[in-house]
Write a protein that binds this ligand. Structure first.
Ligand SMILES: C[S@@+](CC[C@H](N)C(=O)[O-])C[C@H]1O[C@@H](n2cnc3c(N)ncnc32)[C@H](O)[C@@H]1O
Length: 341
C-alpha cells in the first residue's frame, strides 16, 4: 500500500492549529468514504519534530487518493514515502484565484477559513455525487453567510454559490470587499447590487456577481455566479428555486454577540433553525446534504440532530466527537451533517 504524508498548514489561529491533526484525520476519513476509498488508513504522525498525517491507500486507488488529499482543508504539501525519504507529490488543487480572496478579510465573528473548507468537504462527501466538489459543478448555499467566507471559498474552488444574511452591515461590507478585490485583481466580471423584490414587495437587497478566471472564459460565457441576498433566512419563499442546491453549509450563530447586531438577528441557533429548516430543506436537491457548524454550549448535539430529523433530514452517523474542538472558553465547536433522501 503506498503511503503519503500530508504536511499540515501552519494555521494562523493557535487554538485551531492544536486541533488540526485530529480534525484533518476525521475529514480524510469522511472524504475517503464519499469518494469510494473505504480501505484508507489515516493517522497523525510526527517526523523530524513536525506533525504530518500518514495516509495509506490501496495500490489501484493511489491516484484518487492524491486528488482527495490535495483538497483537504489544511494541506500544505504532500509527499510519498520512499523508504526513509519523502518524495514531493504535485498537489491537484481546485483553487482558481489568488488565495487572498479567502484570507484577506479579517473581522470579529469571521469563521476560520480552514474550518469552513472542512465543513464544505465533509458535507459534499455525504452527498450522492461527492465528486461535484472537484469538477466545479457543486451548487453551494450558505443561508447565514455573514461577510461571505463560504462565498469566497466556493468562488475560489470554481463553484457557484448563494448566501443569505440579514445583517445589513455584513452585506455592505461584503459587497464593498468583493467589488474592490475583483477590480484590484483585474478579473473580468459583473457586479449588480440592487433591491431584492418579489411580487411588488421589497425583501432586502441582493448582490449578483459573475466572474471567470480569464477574459476568454468570460467572453465564452464560462462564468461562475455568486449571489448574496440580504434578507431573513427563515423566509426564503420565492427567492431560491426548489431543489436547486447540492449542499447547504453554514456556521450557525454562536449565542455570543459579535459587534452590534440588530434585534432581528437571532442569538439562539435552535430557535432560528426551528423556523428556517423547512425552507432550507425545500431548496436542497434530493441526495444533497446539509452541514452545520455550531457551539455545543448553546446547541446540544442531540437537540440539533432531533431538529434536523423533524425537518426531513437524516443525520449522518459517525464518530460522535470526531470534529469537536474548543475555540475559546465560550465556544465548544462541532459540526453535524445530514442528508436529504
Ligand atoms: C456565525 S455567523 C456566520 C459568519 C460567517 N460564516 C462569516 O465567516 O462571515 C452567523 C450569521 O447568522 C446571521 N443571522 C442570524 N439570524 C439570521 C436570520 N434570521 N437571517 C439571516 N441571517 C441571520 C448573522 O447575521 C451572522 O452573520
Amino acid at each position: 500500500m503506498p503511503e503519503h504524508l500530508v504536511l499540515i498548514s501552519p494555521s494562523a489561529n493557535r487554538v485551531y492549529a492544536a486541533a488540526t491533526p485530529s480534525l484533518i484525520t476525521a475529514e480524510t476519513r469522511a472524504l475517503a468514504t464519499g469518494f469510494g476509498i473505504p480501505d484508507i488508513e489515516v493517522e497523525p504522525t510526527v517526523l523530524g519534530g513536525v506533525p504530518y498525517l500518514a495516509v495509506r491507500t490501496p495500490d489501484h486507488l493511489a491516484e484518487d487518493g492524491v486528488a482527495l488529499l490535495s483538497n483537504l482543508s489544511a494541506v500544505h504539501a504532500l509527499f510519498r514515502r520512499e523508504g526513509a525519504l519523502l518524495a514531493p507529490v504535485e498537489l491537484q488543487r481546485s483553487e482558481r484565484y489568488p488565495s487572498d480572496l479567502v484570507t484577506i478579510q479579517k473581522y470579529q465573528g469571521k469563521t476560520n477559513e480552514q474550518w469552513t473548507r472542512l465543513l464544505l468537504n465533509v458535507t459534499a462527501a455525504a452527498t450522492r455525487h461527492p465528486r461535484k466538489l472537484l469538477d466545479g459543478t457543486l451548487q453551494v448555499f450558505d443561508p447565514m453567510c455573514g461577510r461571505g467566507t463560504t462565498l469566497n471559498l466556493a468562488l475560489s474552488l470554481g463553484l457557484d454559490v448563494t448566501g443569505v444574511d440579514l445583517d445589513r452591515k455584513d452585506y455592505e461590507a461584503y459587497s464593498a470587499f468583493i467589488k474592490t478585490w475583483l477590480r484590484q485583481h483585474r478579473l473580468k466580471h459583473t457586479a449588480e447590487d440592487k433591491q431584492l423584490r418579489t411580487g411588488g414587495q421589497t425583501r432586502g437587497r441582493r448582490l449578483d456577481i459573475e466572474v471567470a478566471p480569464t477574459k476568454e472564459d468570460f467572453k465564452a460565457g464560462a462564468v461562475q455566479r455568486a449571489s448574496f441576498l440580504n434578507t431573513d433566512t427563515s423566509d426564503l419563499d420565492g427567492l431560491l428555486r426548489a431543489t436547486s442546491q447540492d449542499v447547504i453549509v453554514t456556521d450557525t450563530p454562536y449565542g455570543v454577540l459579535h459587534g452590534s447586531h440588530g434585534d432581528r438577528l437571532a442569538r439562539s441557533p435552535l430557535d432560528l433553525l426551528e423556523v428556517a429548516l423547512s425552507g432550507w430543506h425545500r431548496v436542497l436537491r434530493s441526495g444533497g446534504a446539509i452541514g452545520l457548524s455550531f457551539n455545543r454550549h448553546v446547541a446540544p448535539r442531540s437537540e440539533l440532530s432531533t431538529l434536523l430529523q423533524q425537518h426531513g433530514f437524516e443525520p449522518v452517523t459517525g464518530e460522535e466527537d470526531a470534529f469537536r474542538h474548543r475555540v475559546d472558553a465560550s465556544i465548544d465547536r462541532d459540526l453535524l451533517v445530514a442528508v436529504k433522501a
